[in-house]
Design a protein around this ligand. Sequence first.
Ligand SMILES: [Zn+2]
Length: 125
Amino acid sequence: MTTNTTPAEDDASHDRTVPTTDGDRDGDPHTNPVASDARTAVETDVPSGASVHRCAYCDRPFAEESYLILHRGLAHADVLSETEREAFADAYAEEEADLGRFRIVALGLLVLLYFGFLFTFAVVT
Ligand SMILES: [Zn+2]
């Protein structure tokens, strides 16, 4: 499901998609191929020269395949095939594990900073 652009498509301008979710939240969500969910209604941008992974449902560009897999699961969950659904579940679990590791490292750094200042204060005063 990865599609790389040809060199002709990698022109100097960035590959940019602006979500079209302004003020259409009252309508039927299935009429708009771009999901109106706030989690997916963000602008995506792929630097020129980088490989592009395009969503087959709404044509939005993504820099990494895992971003595309996560986008498909969040924005097009109702039309995914079984293999796409499994790929989303795997990518979601991996993202959750990464977030868990980040939280532990951030907490460790805060504790180090706290005790660093505390011992510095105890030695200086
Ligand atoms: Zn999409």
